[in-house]
Design a protein around this ligand. Sequence first.
Ligand code: CA
Length: 241
Amino acid sequence: MMQEKIQAYLQRNGFERFAPKVVLFDMDGVLYDSMPNHAVAWQRSMQSFGLKMTAHDAYATEGARGVDTIRALVKAQTGRDIDEAEAQRMYDVKAAEFAALPKAPVMPGVRDVMRLLRKNGLRVGVVTGSGQRPLIRRIADDFQEWTDMDDIVTAYDVKQGKPAPDPYLKGLEKAGRLMPWEGIVVENAPLGVRAGVAARILTLAVNSGPLPDEALAGAGADCVFSDMFALRDALNAWFNE
Ligand code: CA
């Protein structure tokens, strides 16, 4: 199944070959089952500023830079344009709410995917729109066999967050100035999928949240998987073709 999707991907982008060297993982909802906590932290923090953010809003805007989400929310609900610094101060409140919640677990199966990639000579990178420094530091611990801080792109590395292609282009650059056909993106959210597709990288979605699969396919995902184990099995079958 992967092979067909790869052919369609190559044709769509006018590329001649697909030779992946790195897999770029999103963080929230991919490395960690952290979205339920984020939804709670968003609701509580925005409420403290008199703004309404629902759990659905949290999932629908997931993957964007937090400050961008806040600026859009303030504009929509108060008509006010706020600057990056003010949005950052509000985001710090959201980050504090998130940090006060129990640690989000590592996504079941994601280490199996990394093990398989390593066995087949691929590297692991991380590309997140998050600016949650403690969580970013945790990646280097939880996934130290496969990645380190130098391989992680965060909100602080790019001006334009997802759905712009910039974060994933930065990920390719960090991985050794690779071409789009030398990478694979693993995402769970529509905005992140759009970013991977805009960067012209093969984009695999794992639907770990409450949105329908169509939300990810509609955003342009080359394949949609129900969980990390399904992704692992599909990659394994492809490596063995
Ligand atoms: Ca995500």
